[in-house]
Design a protein around this ligand. Structure first.
Ligand SMILES: *[C@@H]1O[C@H](CO)[C@@H](O)[C@H](O)[C@H]1NC(C)=O
Ligand SMILES: *[C@@H]1O[C@H](CO)[C@@H](O)[C@H](O)[C@H]1NC(C)=O
Ligand SMILES: *[C@@H]1O[C@H](CO)[C@@H](O)[C@H](O)[C@H]1NC(C)=O
Ligand SMILES: *[C@@H]1O[C@H](CO)[C@@H](O)[C@H](O)[C@H]1NC(C)=O
Ligand SMILES: *[C@@H]1O[C@H](CO)[C@@H](O)[C@H](O)[C@H]1NC(C)=O
Ligand SMILES: *[C@@H]1O[C@H](CO)[C@@H](O)[C@H](O)[C@H]1NC(C)=O
Ligand SMILES: *[C@@H]1O[C@H](CO)[C@@H](O)[C@H](O)[C@H]1NC(C)=O
Ligand SMILES: *[C@@H]1O[C@H](CO)[C@@H](O)[C@H](O)[C@H]1NC(C)=O
Ligand SMILES: *[C@@H]1O[C@H](CO)[C@@H](O)[C@H](O)[C@H]1NC(C)=O
Ligand SMILES: *[C@@H]1O[C@H](CO)[C@@H](O)[C@H](O)[C@H]1NC(C)=O
Length: 429
């Protein structure tokens, strides 16, 4: 974590401040009391946390609860509700072992490919942030027209039945997609994509679930050989969580996701022509970005479902605070986390066995940029090769952080065979 938040006021301001202090006895007394470097340190620590908390609250109030996903993704970065793709340029697979996990086995064979590729999941985790319409348009363009995709919206029977039966008002947002496989029906797969932190209230929810783990990690880092105490931390976090009321815990977001997964598993919901959801889609994979990824990993470990999370906070230390409790074995068997460099969020709590670190090529001080899903999609496309997927224009557009034209994302574009376009005009209309 960057702790370099010391305020560097300008000279004249400091001088004025000094003058004010000289003229006021209270200021004088205050200075007497608070002299000493230790005191200064603790003041800084205190101020840091106070400002961080105020910042989160202000952010929460500003972004508001009512605004949907669409409004928020349009922020300062200029990311729009939909991707503008370029289909005439591609990234070649570098052929090195840069990321051994560009594709992870064959448990889900996405249409038009023959292995499970990480970038598809990074993309699917972003789809939870889109409106239904825009998600459908983006998915069609990403996977190609020939790929059959079923979109389950809130008016689909499965979802409607669940929403009607689940009374808790936690407003976790998710999207459900089906990829039917007509040739081998047993390989049909449904994807549940869970939306992550989108406004400040969600950040507070994040804090509620993972504060124990984050604070314990901080304390562990202060103790020499602190990692020896890791088994004790689990007990500590569990004990701290007892202070939370049971009521609050029942409202936690992951409870709803777990209930939804169990609902989809039950053999009662009929889709059209007498097949149940489970019969049509025997495989269910959870995915999500940020808080969504964290929730997906908790629910996946609770229900024995494969999870591929992007930048999600982990669950190994805090596993005993969830209901039902999850085991390290379940985390190992079912969860996979994509961990961008310098992204603080997936460094909360300890990683389980399966994860892939990826690069983050933003400017040196932009560690927040490393948390954005769009950045990770660009990194994965570049390093793993685009392999038939289109490239979102925001990867190569001018003005995206330090990614001006001429940087590696632009240089490494190679033309799709048959394309004679001028590279400079790519993504410019
Ligand atoms: C896509 O490009 C068009 C034309 O330049 C532009 O008007 C539109 O806002 C872009 N959309 C996105 C999502 O960037
Ligand atoms: C998977 O891809 C490899 C190489 O691209 C190819 O040789 C193999 O036949 C493909 N398998 C299937 C089932 O399409
Ligand atoms: C996909 O659909 C678009 C618009 O409906 C069409 O222009 C395009 O030719 C289609 N591509 C393929 C490969 O069918
Ligand atoms: C379904 O979602 C749409 C927005 O996508 C919303 O306007 C509508 O009220 C929702 N319907 C129900 C029953 O929740
Ligand atoms: C919490 O959920 C459990 C089951 O998930 C239920 O038995 C219990 O009554 C709930 N507690 C409260 C306070 O709602
Ligand atoms: C699920 O429902 C079908 C009928 O729709 C039935 O044939 C099958 O045995 C059921 N499976 C289970 C595990 O209950
Ligand atoms: C379901 O309906 C489709 C046509 O809509 C049909 O081709 C298929 O055979 C039906 N499946 C079953 C199991 O009845
Ligand atoms: C998950 O798998 C383990 C081991 O196979 C089993 O004991 C447990 O009951 C399963 N949990 C669920 C929710 O299916
Ligand atoms: C995890 O996988 C191992 C080996 O496949 C299996 O023995 C064990 O039951 C699994 N545990 C869970 C919780 O699924
Ligand atoms: C593309 O842009 C670069 C720098 O902006 C310039 O050096 C180069 O000549 C341009 N190429 C073409 C074909 O216009």
């Amino acid at each position: 974590m960057e702790m370099d938040n010391k305020y560097q006021g300008d000279e004249s301001h400091n001088a004025k401040d000094e003058k004010w202090r000289e003229e006021h006895r209270l200021g004088l007394i205050n200075r007497e009391i608070s002299s000493g470097s230790k005191n200064f340190f603790w003041q800084c620590v205190f101020l840091f946390f106070t400002f961080a908390f105020c910042g989160i609250c202000v952010f929460a109030i500003n972004t508001g609860e009512g605004k949907g996903a669409e409004a928020n993704t349009q922020g300062k970065t200029g990311i729009k509700n939909r991707y503008n793709f370029t289909h005439t340029w591609e990234y070649k697979d570098s052929g090195t072992m840069e990321y051994p996990s560009c594709s992870i086995g064959e448990n889900f064979i996405p249409p038009s490919k023959n292995e499970t590729s990480l970038v598809d999941f990074a993309f699917l985790s972003k789809m939870a942030y889109r409106s239904d319409d825009n998600a459908e348009k983006d998915m069609k363009e990403w996977f190609g027209n020939e790929t059959k995709i079923e979109y389950f919206t809130n008016i689909s029977t499965v979802i409607k039945e669940f929403e009607d039966s689940y009374k808790d008002p936690s407003n976790v947002v998710y999207k459900l997609f089906g990829f039917p496989n007509e040739i081998e029906p047993e390989k049909s797969v449904a994807i549940l994509s869970i939306k992550g932190t989108d406004n400040g209230w969600d950040i507070l929810a994040d804090a509620q679930l993972w504060a124990g783990a984050a604070i314990s990690q901080f304390v562990r880092s202060l103790i020499p050989l602190g990692s020896l105490f890791t088994p004790l931390l689990e007990d500590l976090i569990w004990f701290v969580s007892l202070i939370e009321s049971k009521n609050l815990r029942n409202l936690s977001f992951y409870q709803k996701i777990t209930a939804l997964v169990n609902h989809l598993d039950k053999n009662t919901t009929f889709l059209d022509n007498d097949t149940t959801f489970k019969q049509k889609y025997p495989n269910l994979i959870l995915t999500g970005h940020s808080l969504g990824g964290g929730l997906a990993m908790i629910s996946g470990a609770q229900t024995n479902k494969t999870v591929i999370a992007l930048s999600g906070p982990n669950a190994l230390l805090s596993r005993r605070t969830f209901e039902p409790v999850i085991t390290p074995e379940a985390l190992k068997n079912y969860t996979f986390n994509i961990v961008p460099d310098r992204d603080p969020v997936p460094r909360i709590d300890d990683l389980s066995k399966n994860f892939q670190r990826i690069q983050c090529r933003t400017s040196a001080n932009n560690f927040i940029g490393c948390h954005f899903g769009d950045q990770s999609i660009c990194e994965l496309l570049l390093s793993c090769g685009s392999e038939g997927r289109p490239i979102p224009c925001n990867c190569i557009e001018k003005g995206r952080d330090s990614n001006t034209r001429g940087d590696i994302f632009f240089e490494r574009l190679t033309p799709v065979p048959g394309n004679n376009d001028d590279k400079n005009s790519t993504c410019r209309q």
